[in-house]
Design a protein around this ligand. Structure first.
Ligand code: PRX
Length: 641
């Protein structure tokens, strides 16, 4: 750790590890901010609050905390209680009038090839202006603002401006469609929606405004829609409701500084909808103080960001990865961040590699599905480019298979860039199980819990499983970036995460721990499907299917897929008067796509007469999954006749 923490010895980890292990090179160890990973970890475990207080002290606070961790109302943990801050103060305000204001905060490339850059000064100006606009629109502290946008700089500006005035943003991924958007706007009761006329993806325009128009028809709370001009498509603008972003930013009200709202450390920063075990997606709540400390600490220590770095987190700002590590984390670290609007293979499969070369990207963070997708095109595409600027790689979103890990390491990282496989969740806000650059790596393992994080693998009864035996992954100590609750549903927060094993946070994942203490994530144990790293719930897909007049009942499951990790397979019982046909199957696939978004479109639809159910009528997806894969069906004693 810089300054404070004393390091016992400057050696990484000297123990012999089992299996295939990639040790950091002496150059990596020499460059690393934290050389003795174990020493820092031991300190953090021994003095959890001390560790986090030290991390927090590297940031600015309007008022310091009275207490680092307040666990008096657990599982409603509070962090940095009594402190006053605003994440925007640390992302932007504190850099003004320092040399950093002249540094690039964001380099952005559009799919058609247009480029925009923002210095810390320039980004701050835009955020101030848009914050003024939001205020003029009547948005106040605590109000929710829905953001539904393509991957363009204005999505970052909209999020930051909302946080600056103390509003709570609710970003809905631009790949979602009408029903998903409408449900999320409705639940959040947003009065303002920020969108664009479209975005570029694979050479085509994604018509976001059209989707907003459809969704808003059914959302009585929405008064204002702000539209960024991106594709210059013809879109319908409703007088008195819809305004062009560019027009608003030119108004005198947009001018000048906007005061950053002073927030309690525990005041909400954003809500983010995510799919859970049952029913409709629910929003997790993240706050200004602890969340800021958690993502700052992890980004700094895991990716070891330095002033000269050019960081590219290739996720979408609409997911938690983008919130934490495109929008907020890099700014907290004072880094230069790169963002690209479009598809990795457009117009050719070398697009990403040409961007790495052209912009000198030094750290690339992406998902296994993207790596597998690009791997498919062969080595000649990356080999055409000089990728020597890269020094670290990262992976997130789903387990990375060792073949993809090694391809990434060898072909992209040229055998010199450690791969940081970071395991975490929308709920955790920050990396939880992850290496740092000096930790020896085993392909396919996210390695060890981050400093101060304690994870366990337990059996049904909550007892730790023996080495290498699969069980439920749980977290046994609180962490600052943890979700505080589920928006409007605190009971569900307790039920879903803290009830199976009292005092332990249930992740919903299954995992194994090996004899070296390395964690191997296997996958979800609940009804969450990870398609290309995107998190979807079986319930959402099923309700989209039964909204079609031909479908009486539906069940959706995730089955292994070579590129996507998992793909959705759906089983449908038809209503009387409808008969199975390939045309109907295709129609249903499209129907799900139109309602939820293209990512939710099932890979395959199978028509059935019956679904396996328990006697109480619950669909046994586990049995469907086993049957589809020709695996043993397990315990079927509860199966109805
Ligand atoms: O199953 C785990 C998987 O993604 C889930 C969380 O999804 P979401 O909330 O959308 O957040 C994704 C980005 C943080 C986890 O429960 N997952 C995430 N990262 C990994 C992973 N599985 C294995 N290895 C990872 N590195």
């Amino acid at each position: 750790m810089e300054g404070g923490l004393k390091l016992k010895n400057p050696v990484a980890v000297n123990q012999e590890l089992e299996g295939e292990v990639f040790y950091p090179s002496p150059e990596v160890v020499k460059e690393a901010r934290i050389k003795d990973w174990k020493a820092v970890d031991e300190l953090a475990v021994r003095d959890l609050e001390g560790f986090w207080a030290k991390e927090a002290e590297e940031l600015d606070w309007y008022r310091k905390w009275d207490k680092v961790l307040d666990d008096s109302q657990k599982p409603f943990f509070k962090w940095f209680t009594g402190a006053k801050t605003n994440i925007i103060h640390n992302c932007l305000d504190r850099y003004q009038k320092t040399a950093r204001q002249n540094k690039l905060a964001l380099i952005w490339v559009g799919e058609p090839g247009d480029v925009r850059t923002y210095s810390y000064f320039g980004l701050n100006r835009e955020v101030n202006q848009f914050a003024n606009v939001l205020k003029a629109m009547g948005v106040k502290k605590g109000d929710r603002v829905t953001i539904y946008m393509p991957r363009i700089p204005e999505i970052v500006i909209a999020m930051l401006a909302s946080a600056k005035i103390g509003a709570v943003h609710s970003v809905v991924y631009g790949g979602f469609s009408v029903d998903a958007l409408q449900g999320r706007i409705d639940d959040s009761e947003s009065r303002v929606v920020i969108t664009a006329d479209g975005g570029w993806m694979n050479g085509k325009v994604v018509e976001l405004k059209k989707t907003v128009d459809e969704a808003v028809k059914r959302c009585p709370t929405v008064e204002t829609v702000i539209v960024v001009k991106r594709t210059r498509q013809d879109v319908k603008m409703e007088a008195g409701r819809d305004y062009w972003y560019s027009d608003l930013m030119k108004l005198p009200i947009a001018n000048g500084k906007c005061q950053t709202e002073v927030m309690d450390a525990e005041d909400p920063l954003y809500i983010l909808y995510t799919s859970g075990t049952t029913g409709k997606p629910k929003a997790v709540v993240h706050v200004h103080g602890g969340y800021m400390v958690g993502i700052y600490s992890t980004l700094k220590n895991v990716f070891d960001l330095q002033d000269q770095d050019r960081w590219w987190c290739a996720a979408d700002p609409g997911w938690v990865t983008g919130h934490s590590y495109i929008v907020y984390g890099p700014l907290l670290a004072g880094a230069t961040s790169f963002m690209y609007e479009g598809a990795p293979t457009y117009p050719y499969p070398n697009r990403w590699w040409s961007l790495v070369e052209k912009y000198g990207i030094s750290v690339l963070y992406t998902a296994p599905t993207a790596i597998r997708g690009l791997m498919r095109f062969g080595e000649s595409w990356p080999n055409r480019h000089d990728l020597s600027s890269l020094r670290l790689l990262g992976s997130v979103g789903e387990p990375i298979n060792p073949e993809a890990w090694k391809w990434y390491y060898r072909v992209i990282g040229k055998d010199k860039c450690p791969v940081m496989d970071t395991w975490w969740q929308t709920e955790t806000g920050m990396f939880m199980v992850t290496p740092t650059p000096v930790v020896p790596l085993k392909p396919g393992s996210a390695t060890r819990p981050y400093f101060g994080i304690e994870a366990e693998v337990v059996d049904e009864q909550g007892n730790p499983t023996p080495d290498d035996q699969e069980g439920y992954l749980v977290l046994t100590r609180p962490w600052p970036a943890m979700l505080r609750t589920i928006y409007k549903d605190p009971d569900r927060y307790v039920r879903q995460y803290w009830s199976k094993y009292p005092g332990k946070y249930l992740t919903g994942d299954s995992a194994k721990r090996d004899k070296d203490g390395y964690f191997w994530i296997i996958g979800r144990t609940d009804d969450v499907i990870k398609v290309s790293g995107y998190r979807l719930g079986t319930a959402e897909v099923e309700s989209a299917l039964v909204s079609h007049p031909a479908v009486a009942e539906a069940a959706a499951i995730g089955l292994p897929h070579e590129i996507k990790g998992q793909a959705i397979h759906a089983y449908c019982i038809l209503r009387a008067g409808h008969s199975p046909s390939p045309e109907l199957a295709e129609e249903l696939r499209q129907h799900v796509g139109t309602h939820m978004g293209p990512i939710a479109r099932p890979e395959q639809i199978t028509f059935v007469d019956k679904l396996p159910k328990t006697r109480s009528g619950k669909i046994m997806r586990r049995v469907l999954k086993a049957r589809a894969q020709g695996l043993p069906e397990g315990d079927v004693t509860t199966l109805e006749e």
